[in-house]
Write a protein that binds this ligand. Structure first.
Ligand code: SAH
Length: 213
């Protein structure tokens, strides 16, 4: 279903500058319409963010693509995702042969996505907790991807990265964020590259934004 629409989406992403063929292949294969609410499935292959309930969104495909490209994962890499949401980003990573650990703070979203993953036989470790603290048990990670906008880079996430590992995180105020790519070159030493602005829903937690707005 929607094969033609997916191919068109891939063409759009290519025109917008996504070049990593592994990312484009994953977007061509993973059925985004399965990750969004029933009634709006026909919007799934437009390059836009969509509501998934509880005031949260599934990110725009272009944003997902660029973050995945920056993460630059290899098969069998271990990746921690903060902000499971719909599970679409996690599903792309699984398709690329990555071992996925993903944290969602909202219990309703977490359980809905866990159920969907069971139905689709997608094997990722999902957990409901505050992702700003990371997931110590399986650290260190080859990559960490934060899919909500953060005021800062949470210290725990830096610590839980392997040497040589990459952290992709949108950092800024509540309205707009700059995409940062950190590469860990030694304990407590990182190179940082910045990419233009995006708008994400807020990362709320101990090392993120405070709840209540
Ligand atoms: N990767 C998702 C994007 C979801 S939007 C996808 O592919 O659909 C961001 C998600 O981050 C929301 O579901 C929100 O509830 C969650 N979130 C916000 N702060 C968080 C935190 N501290 N820990 C874990 N999840 C968080």
């Amino acid at each position: 279903m929607y094969e033609y629409e997916r191919e068109e989406l891939v063409k759009t992403l290519r025109l917008k500058g996504i070049t990593d063929q592994r990312v484009l292949d994953a977007i061509n294969s993973v059925e985004r319409h399965l990750f969004i609410p029933d009634g709006i499935g026909f919007h799934a292959y437009k390059d836009t963010a969509l509501p998934i309930g509880y005031r949260q969104t599934i990110s725009q495909p272009y944003t997902v693509a660029i973050m995945t490209e920056l993460l630059n994962v290899k098969e069998n890499n271990k990746v921690l995702e903060i902000g499971t949401g719909s599970g679409y980003q996690a599903a792309l990573l699984l398709h690329m042969g990555v071992k996925v650990y993903s944290i969602e703070r909202n219990y309703e979203i977490y359980s809905r996505t866990q159920k969907l993953f069971d139905e689709l036989s997608l094997r990722a470790a999902l957990r409901c907790s505050d992702g700003t603290l990371g997931w110590e048990e399986y650290a260190p990670y080859d990559g960490i991807i934060v899919t909500a906008g953060s005021p800062d880079i949470p210290e725990n996430l830096k610590k839980q990265l392997k040497i040589g590992g990459r952290l992709v995180i949108p950092v800024g105020d509540r309205r707009s964020q700059i995409m940062k790519l950190l590469t860990k070159i030694a304990d407590d030493e990182f190179t940082i590259k910045e990419h233009p602005s995006f708008t994400f829903v807020p990362l709320i937690g101990k090392q993120g934004w405070k709840e209540g707005r």
